[in-house]
Every structure is written in structure tokens, then in C-alpha cells.
Design a protein around this ligand. Structure first.
Ligand code: TXA
Ligand code: MG
Length: 337
């Protein structure tokens, strides 16, 4: 594969002046990973319309599953080109953007974002950060930027450039060094994609502030296993799952089945797609949700998936495929990072 984010010692740290911001914006436009400051925590940014760039985020973080990511945009107008805004969303953002509030909304039909940022869901989480460096970067990049916290999965979120380097040095192209994050705690995540607003993650904007603007805001239901309490709320049973069964670790599809191949593949009578003919896991991750959806719509009895190696991004791909194969499996492996 082409290595867009060459490994150590290539991580450059640049000051957040005009030159640094221009370099960071160009790197993002080229598909590279750039850590940048927001008012909450440092984000690990990538072009949210570029499947491969988004896949590289998961790779750099060592994330064992594909959780949906927050998309950052320069202003509400840009957000409205991506997602469906109702009166509640409009009211909230008039008062609270830019700032530490993320809204989960339905993707627009013509939404140009990678399906991987939504982990295959028909919703997307969006926010307009207040940090001036982040705002200048978004304006210069002139495209939506997906950015989870810029740390390795399972470690604490970074609030200084040094924290970012400690975790991701050698794994990403650039750190835009813009000092310490004022808030130091991730944004509030509010799900407005259904009738009742649900507070998925507490953060800088309080529930009281939200309720003063749009009325009652609920908390996620706790499942029988209590797993919603583990702060991966809103996602339980809401992962995208194909409507037909999935069979894993299959070398040859049966008649009537679609084949989702990986690497050199046998001929298939029915519909077939290849996640990566060259067995490149980043390419496979980038294609995963779009190909599952396409095969799901092709009137087959099942989707047969060839074996994917259980290493690197393959771990997240297999996690996702196992959940798709067993949609009732509550939230196995769902975790926060
Ligand atoms: O403060 C922040 O929000 C930081 C900075 C960098 O902006 N970003 C951040 O991003 O924390 P991330 O991707 O790590 O947070 C994603 C959160 C997770 O709790 C995830 O479950 C939720 O947002 N989320 C994202 N998309 C979602 C969706 N479509 N539906 C439900 N929840 C979603
Ligand atoms: Mg995080």
C-alpha cells in the first residue's frame, strides 16, 4: 500500500502560525493524518470524505473496533451541507456553536462523507470547534475533518502537543502545536437523530444548558447487562447490520450468496466485491461499509466473507463483521476511547 503516514521519525511538529496552518491544511487535503488543538482535547484529523484517510485514523489509534467519529466543520452552514437540521438542532447551534457541543444527526442523502466516519450508520456526529487554531485549519482545509481524540486507543485524551507525540509520534504526519486545550474534556454528544433528544456523552455543555434551549433531554437506556453505563451509549443495537445473514471465514460462496472477497478471490456466480485484491487492510477498512451496503442491496440470500487476518486493522474489520453476523449480540467489544 502507499504509506500516507510514514512511520518514525517522520512526525513533524509545526507551530500554529500561518505557515504551520497552511502546511497542516495541505497535509489534510493530501490524505495525511494531522493532530490539531481544539478547545476540548487534541484531535487526530483526517479528510472526512476520504475513506482511506479515515481508515488511517483507526490504524494510527490502534482502535480495535470501528466506532463512529466526530466530523469537524468551520461553521453551521458547512454542517448543514452534511446533515439534516431540524428546529432543535438549529436552535442549539445558534447559541452553542462554535463550542464543545456535538450533534448526532441524520446524514443528508447527498452527504459526501465517508461511510466509515459513521461506522455504516445513517447518522453523523458533527461539531464546530471554538479553538481559533482549529477554526483557521478548517477554513484552510476547506473540507470536513474527522477527528477523534489524538491518543492511542485505551489511553487518556491528549491536551498538549507532547501528549500527542507520546502516543502517536511516528504514526502520524504532523502535529499542529497550538498550546494547551482550555477545557481538557471531550465535547458533549447529543443525539437528535430520533424524536427524543438523548445525551450520549456528558461534556463541556451541560444538560441544563441544553434543556433550557430545547426542553427535556433524556439519558441513554441502560441495557439488561448494564452495558450502557459503560459510556458507549447510543450505539448499542444501533450498529449498521445488513438485512441478510453474513457468513464469515468462507473460501467459496454458495449459490445465491454474494461474495465479499479479500485478496486473491475465486470466481463467483453471484454478485462479488473485493475489499482489497492486494490484501491491504487499510484499503479493506475503507471499503467495508460501502461494500456491505452494496451487496446487501443486491438481492442475495447471504453475504459470504472471505477470511481477514486478525492483525492491525483486520482486528477492527473482524470485530465489525462479527457484530454484523450476530446483530443481537448486544455490544460485544464496544468501548470508549
Ligand atoms: O471533544 C471532542 O469531541 C473531541 C475533539 C477532538 O473534538 N473529539 C472526540 O471524538 O472525542 P471521538 O470521535 O473520539 O468521539 C466520538 C463520540 C463517541 O462517544 C461516539 O460514540 C459518538 O461520538 N458518536 C460519533 N458518531 C456517532 C453516531 N453517528 N451516533 C452515535 N454516537 C456517535
Ligand atoms: Mg477519545
Amino acid at each position: 500500500m502507499t504509506d500516507r503516514n510514514p512511520s518514525s521519525p517522520a512526525t513533524r511538529v509545526v507551530a500554529a502560525d500561518a505557515d504551520g496552518i497552511a502546511e497542516a491544511a495541505q497535509a489534510l487535503r493530501d490524505g495525511a493524518l494531522v493532530a490539531f488543538p481544539t478547545e476540548t482535547v487534541y484531535g487526530l484529523g483526517a479528510d472526512a470524505t476520504d475513506d482511506l484517510a479515515v481508515a488511517a485514523i483507526f490504524e494510527a489509534k490502534g482502535r480495535p473496533s470501528f466506532n463512529p467519529l466526530i466530523v469537524h466543520v468551520a461553521d453551521a452552514e458547512a454542517a448543514k451541507r452534511l446533515a439534516v437540521f431540524d428546529d432543535r438542532a438549529t436552535t442549539l447551534v445558534e447559541t452553542l456553536w462554535p463550542g464543545p457541543l456535538t450533534l448526532v444527526l441524520k446524514r443528508r442523502r447527498d452527504c459526501p462523507l465517508s461511510l466509515l466516519v459513521s461506522a455504516g450508520l445513517d447518522t453523523v456526529a458533527i461539531r464546530v470547534p471554538a479553538n481559533p487554531v482549529a477554526r483557521k485549519l478548517l477554513a484552510a482545509a476547506d473540507r470536513p475533518i474527522a477527528a477523534p481524540s489524538a491518543n492511542r486507543s485505551g489511553t487518556v485524551s491528549p491536551t498538549t502537543p507532547q501528549h500527542v507525540l507520546d502516543g502517536l509520534g511516528g504514526r502520524i504526519a504532523l502535529v499542529l502545536a497550538g498550546g494547551r486545550c482550555e477545557i481538557g474534556l471531550e465535547s458533549t454528544v447529543l443525539d437528535l437523530s430520533a424524536d427524543d433528544p438523548v445525551l450520549l456523552r456528558p461534556g463541556g455543555v451541560t444538560r441544563e444548558t441544553l434543556e433550557a434551549l430545547i426542553g427535556p433531554v433524556g439519558l441513554p437506556a441502560v441495557t439488561a447487562t448494564g452495558s450502557a453505563a459503560r459510556r458507549s451509549p447510543g450505539l448499542l443495537s444501533r450498529h449498521y447490520a445488513p438485512s441478510v445473514p453474513i457468513r464469515l471465514d468462507v473460501l467459496r460462496a454458495r449459490p445465491g450468496e454474494a461474495l465479499l472477497a479479500f485478496g486473491p478471490a475465486p470466481a463467483n456466480d453471484g454478485p462479488a466485491m473485493n475489499l482489497s485484491p492486494t490484501a491491504d487492510l487499510a484499503e479493506a477498512a475503507a471499503n467495508l461499509f460501502a461494500m456491505l451496503r452494496a451487496l446487501d442491496q443486491s438481492a442475495v440470500s447471504a453475504i459470504a466473507v472471505m477470511p481477514i487476518p486478525e492483525r492491525g486493522l483486520g482486528i477492527a474489520i473482524n470485530d465489525r463483521l462479527r457484530r454484523a453476523a450476530a446483530p443481537d449480540d448486544d455490544d460485544a467489544g464496544n468501548r470508549i476511547d
